[in-house]
Unconditional design. Structure first.
Length: 267
């Protein structure tokens, strides 16, 4: 028995994993913890009696959701057997702060309707800033070191891999871990800010970029070939940082407008 309403971290992590890192009813990866049998009755925290609910379903629970529905959702959460959670939609914003470690990218949208490829790898944009009537939203794909998706954002809709050891979104901060203290991904995400403190943008050929300790590292075939610290890509039209491994992709045409193309074997 516990006299505290504080839920221990190891129990929270187990509940997150068992619920598929999202609301057990709709799968949204932005959630609250809730007791199935009220804490005031049981006066203890157990994983079996805790469930993840999005803010909408959490508010509905006392009045519009039966206990039977909650119990069924805990036993068979929405994200069960799915590789990615259902999405959480970020609203578009008039201004957008984008940081890759200590490196900043700011787009240029002369007509208010355009796309800015902040990170481009071998013919694919891994980070796109969309502008529609001067409203901004983002699409991007963060991976592990093998190029497997950890977090996917498509036009502002956030989806998270259910295969990770742990994931949590607290305030504006998202962390994905491979184990205790082993942070794979650390970013601050909201409608008007994307700040990546640690993370990978890598394709299946181990080409791309890694952000760590403020640096944007250029990676080619798994090896570091360049570094950018404190740089800015501002109002340069098409893109920010780009990488083309021409030895593996000789038919891909390098687009114009990027701030950097770096690394051995890249042109």
């Amino acid at each position: 028995m516990s006299d505290s309403r504080y839920i221990p971290a190891d129990i929270k992590r187990r509940v997150r994993k068992e619920c598929g890192f999202g609301c057990a009813i709709c799968g949204m990866p932005f959630f609250d913890y809730d007791h199935i049998e009220e804490y005031s009755t049981v006066k203890e925290h157990t994983a079996e009696n805790l469930i993840l609910l999005c803010p909408n379903h959490h508010r509905a629970k006392p009045f519009k959701l039966s206990k039977d529905r909650i119990i069924e959702a805990r036993a068979k959460p929405y994200n069960l057997n799915k590789n990615l959670t259902s999405p959480f939609k970020l609203e578009p914003s008039r201004k957008l702060k984008t940081l890759f470690g200590s490196n900043m990218v700011e787009g240029f949208y002369p007509d208010g309707n355009n796309e800015h490829y902040a990170l481009w790898i071998n013919g694919e944009s891994f980070f796109t800033i969309h502008s529609e009537n001067s409203w901004l939203c983002v699409s991007f794909k963060l991976t592990d070191i093998k190029g497997n998706i950890l977090l996917l954002v498509e036009n502002g809709e956030v989806k998270v891999s259910t295969q990770s050891w742990d994931y949590e979104w607290v305030g504006s901060n998202i962390k994905i871990r491979a184990g205790k203290g082993l942070i794979l991904l650390d970013l601050n995400l909201s409608d008007n800010q994307v700040e990546i403190l640690r993370g990978c943008f890598l394709d299946s050929g181990y080409d791309g970029f890694i952000i760590n300790d403020g640096a944007l590292l250029t990676i080619i075939e798994g090896q570091q070939r360049g570094v950018s610290i404190g740089s800015r890509a501002i109002a340069n039209g098409f893109g920010g940082w780009g990488l083309l491994n021409n030895s593996k992709h000789p038919d891909i045409i390098k687009p114009n407008g990027f701030g950097f193309f770096r690394g051995h074997g890249v042109r």
